[in-house]
Design a protein around this ligand. Structure first.
Ligand code: ADP
Ligand code: MG
Length: 584
């Protein structure tokens, strides 16, 4: 009784159903109703398949059944075959047709249900992707690659395959088992009693014994999977340093330790705990037979029915067992992957919504910084203190400072990726609000120090078009010559490798410049624009900056190198988070 109570308070099915429901959008819930109907149809077809062979076996044993049974007789008369053996042939042909039909429909239902589950997976995956964008810049710096890949690509698929699907299978099989038991009950209530006596305790014992082990191992796997992915990525990306240190084996071992533990868990959960019930089928059946004889020994008056009971019970068990196996298996899988509910829990009730297309904010007069202070952590040091600057439209401004003086931090505040703790950025005298940030960003062309290079053609790297949008070829050619990319003899359709693996630092820099220029922004920000360049190219880039200045662009240059500030109208010196204007 205590065990039964514990099972009832386990609530695994209602919890899982509620958990899954909390991830669904209104449309997905509506679609779910169709899925449930198909699920019932599927269960019904399964039972139909199980029972449709029985009449044929009956008739084959004793042809006279045909006349004795009203339905068979009606069909016999209706078909009009005179000879009973040919009628049997007709029936068996019917069986082929029924099975063909049933299995085709089942296959379709299976397709529909999986598609439903995987559509949910995609929407969860998209929401996770969007979630990372919405967390902002600092979050993106802190999150590790293993976790990103795991939560965007892998966990949502598991959610479909190993959380939603098993629940659907569970319901189908429960309906199947119930239908069979009801049928059997009409035929012989005591038989159902015996089956229950054998199946329920064995099910309870095995399930109670394994469920927590399976869950614990599942939770552990959830922790290790991102680490395993991360250490594979780390090992491959860090090839040069790892090899120079001759630490190849250490890194391989580190990865192997994680992966081995994952595999061990997989073996235990899927092939040991998940299979115990199935492997015990015969034992359970033998125990049933034992119980039956025990019954006969105690209540001698039932002895005459014994053989019949025995054979019926064996057949019934053989029919019911596979369904019970699948039920147990579904429960185990759900238990194992219940961590997904927490892992993806922050996405509950969020929706996939398209990112807005923002309108560019134009600048008429000036950009000002007033009294800006910043620190990365509550407890940490002030990285910027009372920063001010005044940039008139069309001016070229330099920020110079030693490494660690706060240049990048200030840059990210100007770019609106970091939010100042005090003070603010003012455009034409008006403070930039949170809502206006994206419109402001739209008017900025930013040339980073470590240029972001996509695994794509040169053209796509400059235009940032990835959906086949119309490119402006004239503008493209112009920026290529302005960024001195023309000299490199790289064709527009030349495929560039991830992170610009097949390019030099200077080439990457120039792609970054071409990209900022193609965007046609009024404000251009250069972060150490010449640090990776030789003197000749540096001169060309500075010439470009001078030309851009004459085109009326507003330019901000951040550097530690005085020579880069040649064409600046105004220079601010940053040191230890404080600013002061320098004579040019
Ligand atoms: P610069 O670009 O001039 O070299 P930074 O703006 O990158 O200087 O850094 C200024 C200070 O802020 C440094 O002391 C640095 O350690 C600290 N800092 C930079 N980024 C972070 C961060 N994400 N979290 C905490 N401190 C940071
Ligand atoms: Mg920096």
């Amino acid at each position: 009784m205590a065990i039964l109570k514990r099972l009832l308070t386990d609530n695994i099915i209602s919890n899982t159903t509620n958990n899954i429901l909390s991830f669904l959008t209104a449309t997905q819930k509506k679609k779910g109703v169709n899925v449930i109907l198909l699920l019932l149809l599927s269960a019904f077809l399964d039972v139909l398949g199980l029972t449709s062979i029985i009449p044929i076996v009956y008739i084959a044993q004793d042809m006279s059944v045909i006349e004795g049974n009203y339905y068979l007789n009606t069909l016999y008369q209706f078909v009009g075959i005179q000879d009973k053996l040919s009628f049997l042939l007709f029936l068996s042909f019917l069986l082929v047709v029924i099975f063909l039909l049933k299995n085709t429909i089942s296959l379709y239902i299976q397709y529909f249900q999986s598609k439903y589950a995987f559509d949910i997976a995609l929407s969860i995956s998209q929401r996770q992707y969007q979630y990372y964008y919405n967390q902002g810049y600092l979050f993106s710096k802190e999150i590790d690659t293993g976790t990103i890949i795991y939560t965007i690509c892998s966990a949502p698929i598991q959610f479909a395959n190993l959380y939603i699907m098993p629940l659907l299978f569970f319901f189908i099989e429960v309906v199947v088992v119930l239908m069979i038991l009801i049928g059997l009950f009409i035929y012989s209530p005591s038989l159902v009693f015996f089956l229950g006596l054998v199946l329920i305790p064995s099910f309870l014992i095995i399930y109670m014994w394994t469920r927590n082990k399976v869950k614990r191992l599942g939770d552990e796997k959830d922790k290790i999977l991102p680490k395993s992915l991360g250490s594979a990525i780390e090992g491959v990306k860090g090839l040069v340093d790892i090899k120079l240190f001759n630490k190849e084996q250490d890194f391989l071992d580190k990865y192997s330790r994680y992966q081995k533990r994952i595999n061990d868990i997989e073996v235990l959960n899927t092939n040991v705990y998940g299979k115990i019930y199935q492997k015990m089928n015969e034992v359970i059946l033998a125990m049933g037979i034992f119980a039956l004889f025990l019954f006969a020994v105690i209540f001698r008056e039932y002895q005459s029915d014994l053989l019949l009971m025995l054979s019926i019970m064996a057949t019934a068990a053989i029919r019911v067992m596979p369904s019970v196996n699948r039920i147990v298996n579904a429960l185990m899988v759900i238990k194992q992957f219940s961590f997904l509910n927490e892992r993806l829990g922050h996405l509950k009730l969020t929706k996939v919504s398209s990112f807005e297309k923002i309108k560019k904010m134009t600048i008429k007069e000036s950009i000002q910084g007033k009294d800006i202070s910043y620190k990365y952590n509550e407890e940490g040091e002030w990285v910027l203190r009372n920063i001010y600057f005044h940039i008139k439209k069309g001016e070229t401004i330099g920020f110079i400072g030693k490494s660690g003086s706060g240049k990048s931090t200030l840059l990210y505040i100007i770019l609106r990726f970091l939010k100042e703790a005090a003070g603010g950025i003012y455009v034409d005298g008006k403070q930039l609000t949170k809502e206006a940030n994206m419109a402001f960003q739209k008017n900025i062309g930013y040339v980073r120090q470590d240029v972001f290079i996509r695994d794509a053609s040169l053209e796509s790297n400059i235009t940032m078009n990835i959906q086949g949008e119309q490119k402006e070829i004239e503008r493209l050619n112009k920026v290529i010559s302005q960024a001195a990319l023309g000299d490199l003899d790289i064709a527009l359709d030349h495929e560039i490798k991830e992170n610009g693996a097949n390019l030099s630092g200077g080439q990457k820099q120039r792609i970054g410049i071409a990209r900022a220029l193609y965007k046609n922004a009024e404000i251009l920000i250069f972060d150490e624009p010449t640090s990776a360049l030789d003197e000749k190219t540096e001169q060309r880039i500075l010439d470009t900056i001078r030309k851009l200045k004459s085109l009326g662009k507003t330019i901000i240059i951040v550097t530690h190198k005085k020579s880069t500030l040649k064409y600046c109208d105004k220079v601010y010196q940053l040191s230890d988070g404080s600013i002061k204007e320098e004579p040019v």
